[in-house]
Write a protein that binds this ligand. Structure first.
Ligand code: MTE
Length: 320
């Protein structure tokens, strides 16, 4: 993420790649849609005509009234062509192309560790009981840029309750697929593969934490972590592990990939915190992708009311 500077990026707005006839003013349209059709399941093509027809459809989903924002959404083109996914490339603008032929079907996820119902589950079976919801979240990358993304997913807590962790389960560890044949980045030792992330159990159970299967009303593009990725909006982007194949319940705090790579720079908690700088740069401000002027970074990425209590009494400089 941080080792290599990306080249200057092209900038295509989604309006430029969409038939003008199909393009609607998104905010005006969303406003109307929220008012009239909030709880209805809408076809994505109606919600986001600019996404185009090529992307695969998701099962029906509802739009969250609670987890939304009136901030402008980041363009689909930017969300899908400015990616951190080191398994494919360290160049953010190259990930989409390199991940184009990544096979996400069939896909299974191993659930194991301190849990009553361990096993290997086909993705479809894993997802079937869960109602999908669209939630608009800010994503703040540790590299000091941010986006606003309409995810489609479901609360991780629902999945956790279903598999019933034992009382010894204090943390959840997530692992990305290891497949160097498909993932060229894994043929180089830039990180200790496979990518591993973790959450404390109360963070994993928090209602803001979701597993995402789509964005902009469509199936998650490969470059964004298809077919299943984590989204924890109050933490730096690197916690949002992509293309998950294992969810393990553990007693001890997992050692995550970025902690291994550079423990001084990347802590386990990785809560967005404008007051604690990265050793090599300030975290006080951020560049919202698509905007020119920087904006102030908010404590817990603006989700403090909901999550600050999780860290009451903790020294956030020490537990960064
Ligand atoms: N997951 C895996 N497996 N590999 C990665 O390199 N990068 C992380 C995170 N998840 C990464 C990952 C980082 S640094 C960020 S900012 C987000 O993914 C970016 O997600 P996006 O490309 O969907 O915006």
């Amino acid at each position: 993420m941080l080792l290599i500077q990306s080249r200057s990026r092209h900038h295509i707005r989604s309006s430029e790649i969409t038939e003008p006839r199909l393009y609607l003013d998104r905010r005006r349209f969303l406003g109307a849609a929220t008012g009239l059709l909030a709880a209805a399941s809408l076809p994505a093509a109606l919600l986001y005509p600019e996404v185009g027809r090529a992307a695969r459809r998701l099962p029906p989903f509802t739009r969250s009234q609670r987890y939304t924002t009136d901030e402008a959404l980041t363009d689909y083109e930017d969300i899908t062509h400015y990616n951190n996914f080191y398994e494919f490339s360290t160049d953010k603008e190259e990930v989409a192309e390199r991940a184009r032929h990544f096979r996400t079907e069939p896909w299974s996820v191993v659930i194991d560790g301190e849990v009553e119902k361990p096993g290997r589950y086909h993705l479809e079976d894993l997802l079937r009981p869960h109602a999908l919801e669209e939630r608009i979240y800010r994503l703040r990358c540790v590299e000091a840029w941010s986006m606003v993304i309409p995810w489609v997913g479901f609360p991780l807590a629902d999945l956790i309750k279903r598999f019933r962790p034992t009382s010894r389960a204090k943390y959840v560890e997530f692992t990305t697929l290891y497949d160097p044949e498909q993932m060229p980045g894994q043929r180089r030792n830039i990180l200790d593969w496979p990518y591993v992330e973790g959450l404390r159990m109360d963070e994993a159970m928090h209602p803001l934490t979701i597993l995402a299967v789509g964005l902009y009303g469509r199936v998650l593009p490969n470059q964004n972590g298809a077919p299943l990725r984590l989204v924890v909006p109050w933490k730096y982007g690197f916690k949002n592990i992509k293309s998950i194949v294992r969810i393990r319940f553990v007693e001890h705090q997992p050692v995550t990939t970025w902690m291994k790579a550079s423990p001084r720079e990347y802590g386990f908690y990785a809560n967005v915190n404008p007051e604690v700088d990265h050793p090599r740069w300030s975290q006080a401000r951020e560049r919202r992708i698509g905007e020119f002027f920087k904006r102030k970074t908010l404590m817990f990425n603006g989700y403090g009311e909901e999550v600050a209590h999780l860290y009451a009494g903790m020294d956030l400089r020490r537990f960064f």
